[in-house]
Design a binder for this molecule. Structure first.
Ligand code: B12
Length: 359
């Protein structure tokens, strides 16, 4: 069968299958007369085994290694003949891992090559490898961020044009978009994410949203060029545990300092990106996030936990105060009732209360 049919049968994109073929030698196609690669039942079985291991939390690279190792061992057991040593056999697992795993700088170089040629297929294959081989956090921090720094440098040097830069942005935004599908779900704290008016660089903000979603946050993403009154009404509606505003330029924040200061009084506001200068922070008086976006997720999470703990303890204190007030009132009532009874007891024996039925 051709790769498209295999992809449909196993429910994995052709990009991923090609990556697994070239990176892990998981697939061993034969060639048709016309030169097309043809895949067989063994290829399909290996892919299914890798997918099942991945469902159990094993990385694609490790799953491929296990499937191929089991296959070699199985062949040897079935035939009783020692299997030919595979390329991995003489190596330690660490050697095999480093052989299979591409270094982030190499991935960045391959990605730059692919976007320079506007080669969508190749660029996707590199991104597939980046996201399959490592955690989303590492793919973002070690591959995507350095990639955009290099795109900026090459753009400045005139080695790539605006077409390539737009192509790169659109490619990565679509990938992040796919990863963002579940970031609104759950019961975790809520974060509203936006860029101020005139700011269109939102890729890191979006990446940050993906990482927040993975850490259990519910993300409400407003994205680039958001008018401040719209941000304020979104916050009124969602009552977020954090509002994150990102801008490359200080003016993106300073032009709205008064409204942002007021917003921070209602909901915790965090500003991020290169526009976050000491002067901006003094003018707005809000929190800020640094350049390490993984550490930023932890910082925001800890702040939300502390805020929740403070709210819970305030609620407990207020409940305790209320209950003390209620107890005090009850005691007072009991005391005055007791005093009434005493007064009644003190009445002369023949005397009758007004409320007593007449005989
Ligand atoms: C992709 C891109 C675009 C895309 C953005 C697509 C998108 N949706 O994001 C588009 C095409 C829209 C664009 C437009 C423009 N761009 Co542009 N762009 C870039 C490029 C290549 C990557 C931007 C990026 O994502 N960088 C991300 C990282 C790599 O950069 P960073 O800002 O250092 O971020 C780090 C921290 O600050 C922090 N951080 C940043 N944001 C956030 C957010 C959160 C929540 C957190 C926690 C942390 C955090 O984390 C990062 C990692 O440490 C950069 C090159 C570069 N080196 O950045 C140019 C660049 C930023 N652009 C530039 C320019 C000039 C422009 C335009 C003016 C071009 C034009 N003439 O139209 C417009 C301006 C649009 C606007 N008003 O916002 C210049 C800016 C120069 C300057 N001195 O400010 C750069 C540096 C390119 C260059 N070398 O000339 N751009």
């Amino acid at each position: 069968m051709r790769i498209g049919e295999l992809a449909t049968r196993v429910g994995v994109s052709t990009h991923v299958l090609r990556a697994w073929e070239s990176r892990y030698a998981l697939l061993t196609p034969t060639r048709s007369q016309g030169g097309y690669r043809l895949y067989g039942a063994d290829d399909e079985r290996r892919v299914r085994e890798v997918l099942s291991l991945r469902d159990q939390g094993v990385s694609a690279m490790e799953a491929a290694r296990q499937v191929l190792a089991a296959e070699r061992a199985g062949t040897a057991a079935a035939t009783g003949i020692a299997a030919e040593p595979g390329p991995d056999d003489a190596q330690s697992p660490e050697d095999a891992e480093s052989r299979l795993r591409l270094d982030p700088p190499l991935l960045v170089a391959q990605l730059l090559d692919a976007i320079t040629a506007l080669d969508e297929d190749r660029a996707h294959a590199v991104l597939d490898t980046a996201f399959l081989d490592r955690s989303v956090e590492s793919a973002v921090v070690d591959v995507l961020v350095p990639f955009f720094v290099r795109v900026g440098e090459m753009w400045e040097l005139g080695r790539i044009g605006i077409a390539q830069e737009h192509f790169a942005s659109s490619l990565v935004r679509r990938r992040l978009g796919a990863l963002s599908m579940t970031w609104g779900l759950g019961t975790g704290p809520i974060a509203v994410l936006a860029c101020p008016p005139g700011e269109f660089h939102d890729i890191i903000l979006m990446s940050f949203g993906v990482l927040l979603g993975r850490a259990g946050w519910r993300v409400r993403y407003l994205g680039e060029d958001t008018p401040i009154p719209s941000l304020v009404s979104a916050c009124r509606l969602t009552k977020p545990d954090a509002v994150v505003l990102a801008s490359r330029r200080p003016s993106g924040f300073r032009a709205h300092a008064r409204q942002l200061k007021a917003l921070h009084e209602q909901h915790p506001l965090w500003i991020a990106g290169r526009g976050t200068t000491p002067r901006v922070l003094t003018e707005i008086g809000c929190h800020h996030l640094g350049p390490d976006i993984v550490a930023d997720v932890a910082l925001l999470t800890e702040a939300a936990r502390a805020r929740r703990r403070a709210a819970e303890s305030a609620a407990r204190e207020s409940a305790a105060r209320e209950s003390a007030t209620r107890q005090g009132a009850a005691l007072e009532a009991a005391a005055s009732e007791g005093a009434g009874l005493e007064a009644e007891d003190a009445r002369p024996s023949g005397a009758r209360s007004d409320s007593e039925p007449l005989a």
